[in-house]
Ligand binder design. Structure first.
Ligand code: DQA
Length: 144
């Protein structure tokens, strides 16, 4: 499952110098196609609402092998999102287009990172493909 949080629906138009010109639709298509080439079904969801993301995570309980999530600004604020991800016990890979650690201090902390398999930040839209590679490695090699 690919989840994207607030403001990521604006990708392509939002601060292109920082986040690039690739749209979320293009990212979702590329991730879905890559997954399909591996025999995976990728379900994509984006919301600007914390509760909607949490409901989506709850619905994934027992039905999804792994979640790739860019939580947007909720990364830095949402204990509820972290608890939802921990609660369903689905492996999580955290993605950020920008290198959050090289930005403002308030972006350095992630509530999600401590419960994630790993974090990819700073590679723009390509980070989602890297997350998919990480997911494949995790599901086929690391998890056994
Ligand atoms: C982001 C980084 C966050 O700090 C920011 O709030 C975003 C995008 C990224 O992909 O670089 O919305 O998650």
């Amino acid at each position: 499952m690919l989840l994207n949080g607030p403001n990521l629906n604006l990708l392509g138009r939002r601060e292109p110098a920082r986040y690039g010109t690739t749209t979320l639709a293009e990212i979702e298509k590329a991730v879905s196609e890559l997954g399909r080439s591996w025999g995976w079904e990728v379900v994509c969801f984006q919301s600007n609402h914390e509760g909607a993301l949490i409901d989506c995570i709850h619905n994934a309980f027992g039905r999804v092998d792994l979640i790739i999530i860019n939580p947007g600004a909720y990364t830095h604020t949402s204990v509820a999102l972290r608890d939802a991800l921990a609660g369903v016990a689905i492996p999580v890979i955290e993605v950020h287009l920008s290198n959050i650690h090289a930005r403002e201090e308030f972006r350095h902390h992630s509530f999600i990172a401590p419960i994630a398999v790993g974090q990819i930040a700073g590679f723009g839209a390509d980070g989602y493909r890297l997350a998919m590679e990480g997911a494949r490695h995790y599901l086929t090699v690391r998890k056994g």
